[in-house]
Design a protein around this ligand. Structure first.
Ligand SMILES: Nc1ncnc2c1ncn2[C@@H]1O[C@H](COP(=O)(O)OP(=O)(O)OP(=O)(O)O)[C@@H](O)[C@H]1O
Ligand SMILES: O=C(O)C1=C[C@@H](O)[C@@H](O)[C@H](O)C1
Ligand SMILES: [Mg+2]
Length: 201
């Protein structure tokens, strides 16, 4: 059978078009805590046969400490400085899927580097969806407040206008990771196709 000699990893046509359109750029996921940057990002990377890197995990590796430990021992400003440096290192001109921490895109230097040298995806989600997801784990220092829902609402107010600068917006909602990953890939293809046509004209 012909199928039996087709390698499983062979690229499909849309996937090949996406990889070609991406060139040396990274796909960078931005959005609030619980939006799905890590979990959906891993699936996107698998589907596109690209490496996946999580900036939060890289910061933890570099510091040999968890994010709550870094915040507790050194404070948020120290964490943000490490985050800025780690993301600068990760935007190295190799295609990959990069999940950033929720605050990374709020830093002007990081945001400019992403907007100029990568393709950015905002995984947007409503408050109730985010709260249902982040309630399960107490590993997010910013939400260790008397009113985590109020804190999240304030973060939405402060950050959504900035996340909106990302190239592609995807609604992360109560559907499977798989659906959000597939929608992201489809939207990325559309973005890269539009970018290609604009460059031709
Ligand atoms: N589409 C989805 N369907 C079901 N569960 C989801 C979906 N997206 C994310 N989740 C779940 O929500 C939780 C938070 O997701 P994830 O850790 O990927 O978010 P994040 O954007 O990386 O957050 P952070 O900024 O805190 O790292 C996880 O348990 C994840 O499995
Ligand atoms: O939204 C934020 O500012 C953060 C999100 C997480 O991914 C971590 O980067 C950290 O907990 C801070
Ligand atoms: Mg994450």
């Amino acid at each position: 059978m012909i199928e039996s000699i087709v390698p499983e990893t062979e690229s499909t046509e849309p996937e090949a078009a996406l990889i070609a359109g991406l060139g040396s750029r990274a796909i960078v996921l931005v959005g609030l805590m619980g939006a799905g940057k890590t979990s959906v990002g891993k699936r996107i990377a698998t589907k596109l046969h690209l490496p996946f890197i999580d900036a939060d995990a890289e910061i933890e590796k570099a510091a040999d400490a968890t994010i709550p430990e870094i915040f507790a021992q050194h404070g948020e400003a120290y964490f943000r400085d490490g985050e800025r440096r780690v993301i600068r290192r990760l935007l190295d001109g190799n295609p990959k899927v990069l999940a950033t921490g929720g605050g990374a895109f709020m830093n002007e230097e990081t945001r400019s580097a992403i907007l100029e040298g990568a393709v950015s995806i905002w995984l947007r989600a409503e408050l109730d969806v985010l709260m249902a997801r982040v309630r399960k784990r107490a590993n997010r220092p910013l939400l260790q407040t008397a009113d985590p829902e109020g804190t999240m609402r304030q973060l939405m107010t402060d950050r959504y206008p900035v996340y909106a600068l990302a190239n592609v917006h995807i609604l992360s909602r109560d559907v499977t990771h798989e659906v959000v990953a597939d929608e992201t890939i489809e939207a990325l293809l559309a973005f890269l196709a539009a970018e290609g046509s604009a460059q031709e004209s």
